[in-house]
Ligand binder design. Structure first.
Ligand code: PAF
Length: 283
């Protein structure tokens, strides 16, 4: 695996691959890689000739009181995992390389729909930071395919919408959620869960499954089902952020006759904010 810290270096290397008519698959990450990230790299490996991964902890998508400074940085271990997974190129820019004019005056990409609900409601500016950095990364890498985890469902939906709206010639692929044996969705932020909390955090996944099953069996009182999810999270000792039944494409609150539904939840532990979701198609 070749590692580049500059835009110019990576561009030069990828120009050669493009000249040789190789397809490029891209997996953007913020590092601290777990099995879920590695599955994205393996998926890119299977569908593209060349695999590019980025590791960049993007300050633009963190709020003032969020965990940018303590976000786990595990570069050496990440490099070993990426090499073993068959990644060809790693892009690991500095903050200055990505934002040479500073964050305050950085041009932004705004996706006005879908970004002020769910995670966007409690993390103002977060998705603007994501769409801006992903657009920059897309412009730098110019991939044929980009792979994102379904675990960050809202992020995936926003990026799909952005690439459609801005005519980005990139196939956006969603890769399945990787879970621990008890159902907890893998996340870099799981390291913030305390040993005491660990047994109970599965309540989020359990309630998403229960509510999805209730929808499948014909229940349609969305507000009651959402409250059932929030109540169970509270009973397990956590603070729900949201628990919502949404239209899978638009992320609007579900309408009675919607067929593609996604149940999304977020909750706070003492030091982490955990998210998860499950999608269903009704007959
Ligand atoms: O999902 C993430 O890790 C980040 O939001 C992303 C897509 C790498 C942008 O910084």
């Amino acid at each position: 695996m070749k590692t580049f810290h500059t835009v110019a270096g990576l561009r030069e290397a990828l120009a050669g691959e493009r000249l040789a008519a190789k397809t490029i698959g891209f997996v953007p990450t913020m590092g601290n890689l777990h099995a879920g990230h590695i599955a994205l790299v393996e998926q890119a490996r299977q569908s593209c000739d060349v695999v590019v991964c980025s590791i960049f902890v993007n300050a633009l998508q963190f709020g003032l009181n969020e965990d940018w400074d303590k976000y786990p940085r595990t570069f050496q271990a990440d490099c070993e995992k990426l090499t073993a997974a068959g990644c060809d190129y790693l892009f690991n820019p500095t903050d200055n390389e990505m934002y040479p004019n500073g964050l305050d005056t950085q041009s932004r990409v705004i996706c006005p729909t879908m970004t002020d609900v769910l995670c966007g409601a409690s993390r103002p500016g977060h998705f603007e930071g994501v769409t801006t950095v992903v657009t920059k990364l897309f412009n730098i890498v110019q991939p044929d395919t980009a792979i994102f985890g379904v675990k960050d469902y809202q992020q995936l939906a926003v990026i799909r919408r952005m690439s459609e709206d801005l005519c980005m010639p990139i196939e956006i692929v969603g890769a399945p959620i990787h879970r621990e044996p008890d159902g907890l969705a893998m996340s870099s932020r799981n390291s913030y869960i305390t040993a005491q909390e660990r047994a109970n955090v599965t309540v989020l996944h359990d309630m998403l499954q229960q509510v999805a099953a209730a929808l499948q069996s014909g229940e349609r009182d969305f507000a009651a089902l959402e409250e059932r999810g929030r109540a169970a999270i509270r009973a397990a000792g956590f603070k729900p952020d949201y628990f919502s039944i949404s239209n899978s494409k638009t992320l609007d609150a579900a309408a009675y006759d919607d067929r593609e539904l996604t149940v999304l939840g977020a909750m706070f532990t003492s030091a982490a904010r955990l998210i998860d979701n499950t999608s269903i198609t009704l007959d």
